[in-house]
Design a protein. Sequence first.
Length: 156
Amino acid sequence: MADASIWVADMSGGHGGSNKVVIRSGTAGDIGAILGLWRDAETKASATDDIAGLRTLFDREPDAVLVAEDHGDVVGALIAAFDGWRGNMYRLAVHPEHRRRGVARALVSAGVSRLRSRGARRITALVAHEQAGASDFWMNACFELDPRTTRFVKTF
Ligand SMILES: CC(C)(COP(=O)(O)OP(=O)(O)OC[C@H]1O[C@@H](n2cnc3c(N)ncnc32)[C@H](O)[C@@H]1OP(=O)(O)O)[C@@H](O)C(=O)NCCC(=O)NCCS
């Protein structure tokens, strides 16, 4: 792991056993688990949800993916990348069996720390707003909805 930062989040709530979840930088070895998590979390698939897409990301910015690990299982993930201008957050997901424990909050908090330490002064979160609870989560995380912008995409 190029970035030595590891956060241990102490979760409240009764998932059983230890409530500690480790937030760490993902590695190429996590690619299968991350793709499985996105599938299990029933997130809206993005055009780059595949091995090649994640390999490119790990090659280009090795610490851009944060994963939440509980007893060795990847239960949450977030892409937090800095392009030199903005910090950008994508593809936040938590496994359905681990929701409402504060896992997403811990991932975003670690992502904000990471992006700020790299020099980001504004962070954009790309949010699939039709996902139940997604907008509520981001508002609770103190991100403001920006009504002045919308997204245009070109996919190859
Ligand atoms: C949205 C998502 C990431 C939240 O993960 P999570 O780990 O359950 O969230 P947290 O436990 O950290 O929640 C923090 C706060 O956000 C809000 N929140 C989270 N999920 C919510 C929901 N379904 N409905 C309403 N508010 C919600 C609450 O205020 C919550 O605090 P509380 O539990 O003390 O009330 C998760 O439900 C998920 O993976 N959904 C599918 C993918 C998705 O929608 N991703 C986000 C868009 S890119």
